[in-house]
Every structure is written in structure tokens, then in C-alpha cells.
Design a protein around this ligand. Structure first.
Ligand code: ZN
Length: 322
């Protein structure tokens, strides 16, 4: 039974990944409800047969080229399908005890809980792919995500109840505590990014961060609550600084989309939040105090960050001159 469900979830993930590719192609171009349900070749417009539209498999069999006109099919198609399939499988493995509580019957609550997180992952995948390609985070995805997150807080409050805010107001009903925790996370995430955007425009006189990022954090914040949102933002900044530097070294352009990093931070906070928070705020400071290399490591990291800042600054000056 468990194996059968695992296979079903993986296949569902592959199909959702295939659908996400349609979303990524159509949504930013404003064609989502146009052109009918049938898939068409983006190059020549001819319809695509079902056997050429199988997740991952068709891309491999066609060796990345369309059957109709030979146009190259972006690597994004199989990657997104594989990621969604893998994510849906991992989610099932992580939640199988909730979905099959006594090993036989399927629990409706467990399935709903699974679907909520599957939706979250799918939304984050689509948003990241669109941000990478078009530098936008579509309102539709953010709004839909916020609604599902709020509904999940009301009907499946567990994931919020361990949080600080939900514990503080312990006497109210569970759904109300979870919803308040979600709204606080959304307000904190959106507020923090709005502040960064505001400061960025004051200092650099250009839009440093889009309003899309602000709305995106309102969506993920409602899933995470305040602590998870802070952790997600912290991880996104660390990841963004590291990868931003790497990309700046390779391309000379420090402007990178922030959405994928916020998405990665959100996934880490949602599925490994406790482990990460412990490592960052308990084990790491302890290690700093007990190890004589702790101070040295901190000094090294600070020096590297400073060097990174100077490097990014010099790039910006170089670009404004020409
Ligand atoms: Zn074609």
C-alpha cells in the first residue's frame, strides 16, 4: 500500500511539473486562459501529441528537440518535471505516517496536509522558474498562495501551534491562534522586504527590490509564521549573497532575481526549520565560545563579506560610468 501510494505521488508530481511548465510559459505572457487546453509548440504553433508530452521521458526520447519543427526544447521542461516528481515523493515519505496512520486506512486529514505542502512546493517551483526567466513574481501565484496558506491555518492548524505567538494566546481556539500566527508571519515577511526596498531606493536611487518580492513574502509568511519567516529571510540573504557573488564574478552583473532564494529559504524553514534554527542559534554560538577557531572563523567571514560588498560596489560604479 505504501509503495503504491509513493509511486502515485511521484507520478502526480511529474504531471504537476508538466502543468507548471504550462504555467511558467503562459502566465507571464498573459495567455493563461487563451489558446485552449491543448499544448502547442512554442516555435511553430502546431499541436503536440500526448506521447510527445510525457514528463521527462518525451524530452529524453526527442533528445531535447521538437518533433514538429526541430526547435530546441528548453532544459527547464524536464528539470521542473523532475523536481516536482522528486518533491512530491519526498513529501510523501516524510508524511507517510500521517497519511497511513495504522498502516491500512488512508487518513483524510493526512491527505489534506500532504496536498497543502504539495501546493506550496509547486507554487514555489513555478514562481522561481518565472522569476529566473522574466524577473517577476506573478500576483496570481502570490494571491492564490496566500489564500491556501490562510485556509490551511484554519483547517489544519497544527503546523502553527508550536510557534511562539500561537502559544502566547493559548486560550483562544486553535484555528484563530494558527491564523493569527500566519498573518503575523505574512506581515513580518512583507514588512521586512518593503523596508529593504524603501531603504534601497533611498540609497541607490533605483528600485533595489520589486513589490513582487514583498507580496511573495506575504504568501510564504502565512505558511511559516513569524519565526519561520525570519529564518527564511536569513537563509535567503546568505544564499543570495553567496550565489550573487558567484554570478557577479562570472557575468559581471550583480543583479539577480531574489525570488528563487526566498523560495529556497521558505522550503528550508518549512521542512527543516527546527534543525536549522538549532544549528544557527544554539550550536553555532556554543561552538564560537568553546572552540578557539570560532573567533577566527567569524573574523574570516566578516572579512569575506566586506570584500564582497566592496566588489559589488566597484561593479556598480563601473557600470554607471558607461
Ligand atoms: Zn514546432
Amino acid at each position: 500500500m505504501e509503495n503504491l501510494l509513493a509511486i502515485t505521488c511521484t507520478l502526480l508530481g511529474l504531471m504537476v511539473g508538466s502543468f507548471l511548465n504550462v504555467v511558467v510559459y503562459r502566465l507571464p505572457r498573459g495567455l493563461f486562459f487563451e489558446g485552449g487546453a491543448r499544448s502547442r509548440c512554442p516555435s511553430c504553433g502546431r499541436g503536440i501529441a500526448w506521447f510527445d508530452n510525457l514528463p521527462v521521458l518525451s524530452w529524453l526520447l526527442l533528445r531535447g528537440r521538437a518533433r514538429c519543427c526541430g526547435a530546441r526544447i528548453s532544459l527547464r521542461y524536464p528539470i521542473l518535471e523532475l523536481l516536482a516528481g522528486l518533491a512530491f515523493l519526498l513529501l510523501f515519505l516524510g508524511k507517510s505516517a500521517r497519511i497511513l496512520p495504522d498502516g491500512e486506512g488512508i487518513s483524510l486529514e493526512g491527505v489534506l496536509d500532504y496536498l497543502v505542502d504539495a501546493f506550496l512546493v509547486a507554487n514555489l517551483l513555478a514562481a522561481s522558474a518565472i522569476d529566473l526567466e522574466f524577473r517577476i513574481l506573478p500576483d496570481v501565484l502570490n494571491f492564490l498562495g496566500f489564500l491556501v496558506g490562510a485556509a490551511a491555518a484554519v483547517f489544519l492548524p497544527e503546523s502553527h501551534l508550536g510557534h511562539w505567538l500561537a502559544r502566547e494566546i493559548g486560550s483562544s481556539p486553535e484555528a484563530a491562534r494558527a491564523l493569527l500566527d500566519g498573518f503575523a508571519g505574512a506581515a513580518l515577511g512583507a514588512g521586512a522586504l518593503y523596508l529593504v526596498a524603501w531603504i534601497g531606493t533611498r540609497i541607490y536611487k533605483t528600485e533595489a527590490m520589486g513589490l513582487g518580492d514583498v507580496k511573495f513574502m506575504a504568501f510564504t509568511g502565512v505558511f511559516l509564521g513569524p519565526e519561520g519567516t525570519l529564518l527564511a529571510l536569513l537563509l535567503a540573504c546568505i544564499l543570495g549573497a553567496l550565489l550573487g557573488l558567484l554570478i557577479a564574478f562570472r557575468t559581471g552583473d550583480p543583479k539577480i532575481p531574489f525570488g528563487p532564494f526566498l523560495a529556497a529559504g521558505t522550503l528550508c524553514a518549512r521542512f527543516a526549520g527546527e534543525t536549522l534554527a538549532e544549528a544557527l542559534f544554539e550550536d553555532w554560538p556554543l561552538w564560537l565560545r568553546t572552540s578557539r577557531y570560532g573567533a577566527l572563523a567569524l573574523l574570516g567571514i566578516s572579512a569575506l563579506c566586506l570584500a564582497a560588498l566592496f566588489f559589488l560596489r566597484s561593479l556598480r560604479r563601473g557600470r554607471s560610468r558607461d
